[in-house]
Unconditional design. Structure first.
Length: 374
């Protein structure tokens, strides 16, 4: 007698396997052969090959095999691993969705283990090289290994999954329907989904990662740079406050250096032309311009609705408040018979700390507002 699946769990036998391909014609035959054997184990499994117009015989291989459970989606004019995976996910009909590489790095034979993990309550499964029983084939160069490790460490703010770089992933349809703000930049669609679907129960199934036999890896330098961009976007998505405040505070600190440097330079080149007061005012204005430029770029990246001039005027207004605080604290300390240089320093310090906090909150609330469409 077979056991009834627990209520609300997906029927484990309806599975869509999404395989993004770019010039993988040589691997496809073997992959589909191994997948068909997994199918024969009693799974209602469809494969969706999402090919970015490889023109290397991919279409012919799929057509000649003419397997009723295999669909080829050819995208023309668009390229990219993550967006190909999303296209496949949208076209898939299964209750469980699996994504894997075409180059036989990921063993199709592990799919039943992944399904079992999802059956027992995982909302996301990862075919993992870095858990007991998993591994990589010998011959991975030091460089590739270091690369993978560094990339994994950079993903730590988002997940503790050991192999969060893996492209061999699976989840239930309802997990995928939970996804918010998907932004398919670069290669790491697994990480993107774990974060944006707010997965809480990610299970790693050990796999042995094989070295590809045919064709070439598409992991170029461009892809690696895209990963840095991806991490930045995820930081901003998951921690919008901190990823705005930290750059803002750093820009603020840089502004102190800029201000001091400007005063020093003016002291030399403008000494005979402008009075000290005017030099100070000029230095303050330029420093505000410096802060505005970098804050707008790095701390308030999302605020592009208003014109830049309106933003600048607002920013000037906001900045003038701490300048006044600075001034008042200084006067008050001098009134208390403190020597002027010490009063100036304390005034500047109090002004800066209060200023950074005040400026950030107010600039965020008033000057750099989120666009309505975001
Ligand atoms: N449609 C489409 N478009 N597919 C692509 C594209 C693209 O622009 N770029 C790559 N692919 C496909 C490849 O054809 C292959 O099936 C799969 O995506 C992975 O590409 P590889 O070039 O083999 O990647 P890799 O071996 O460097 O990286 C793999 O290992 C990483 C972990 O180290 C992938 O599995 C990654 O997903 C994984 O994170
Ligand atoms: Mn590969």
């Amino acid at each position: 007698m077979t056991e009834m699946p627990p209520p609300n769990s997906p029927n484990p036998s309806r599975v869509s396997v999404i395989v993004p391909t770019y010039q993988e014609a040589d691997s496809l035959g073997a992959l589909l052969d191994r997948l068909s054997r997994v199918r024969e184990g009693g799974l209602e499994l469809e494969a969706l090959i999402v090919d970015d117009d490889s023109r290397d015989g991919t279409e012919e291989v799929v057509r000649d095999l003419s397997l009723p459970w295999v669909r080829l989606i050819t995208r023309r004019g668009e390229r990219g691993l993550s967006s190909a995976v999303l296209a496949g996910l949208r076209a898939a009909s299964g209750d469980v969705l699996i994504v894997m590489d075409a180059d036989l790095s990921h063993p199709p034979e592990s799919i039943p283990d992944m399904l079992a993990a999802l059956q027992s309550g995982a909302d996301f499964v990862v075919g993992s090289r870095y858990v007991a029983g998993g591994g990589t084939e010998d011959g991975w160069g030091v460089l590739r290994w270091v690369n993978s490790k560094v990339a994994t460490i950079m993903a730590r703010p988002f997940t503790s999954v050991k192999d969060c770089m893996s492209g061999f992933i699976g989840f239930r349809r309802d997990t995928w329907l939970n996804a918010q703000d998907l932004d398919p930049v670069g290669y790491k669609i697994g990480l993107e989904l774990i974060v944006k679907c707010r997965c809480t129960n990610v299970v790693e199934v050990p796999i042995h990662f094989s070295t590809r036999q045919y064709g070439q890896s598409k992991l170029t330098l461009k892809v690696q740079l895209e990963y840095l961009d991806h991490v930045l976007r995820l930081l901003r998505w998951k921690y919008p406050g901190w990823s705005s405040f930290v750059p803002f505070a750093l820009v603020g600190i840089s502004g102190i250096g800029v201000y001091a440097a400007l005063l020093a330079i003016f002291g030399v080149i403008l000494q005979d032309i402008l009075s000290d007061d005017i030099q100070i005012i000029l230095a303050i204005l330029l420093t505000i311009g410096w802060n505005f430029t970098f804050d707008r770029w790095l701390a308030f990246w999302y605020a592009r609705g208003d014109t830049i001039w309106r933003q600048f005027v607002g920013f000037l207004g906001v900045c003038s408040v701490p300048v006044v605080i600075n001034f008042l604290v200084t006067i008050w300390l001098v009134g208390d018979h403190m020597v002027a240089p010490a009063a100036g320093a304390i005034g500047a310090l109090v002004g800066s700390v209060a200023g950074v906090l005040f400026n950030w909150f107010v600039a965020r609330a008033i000057v750099f507002r989120r666009n309505a469409s975001d």
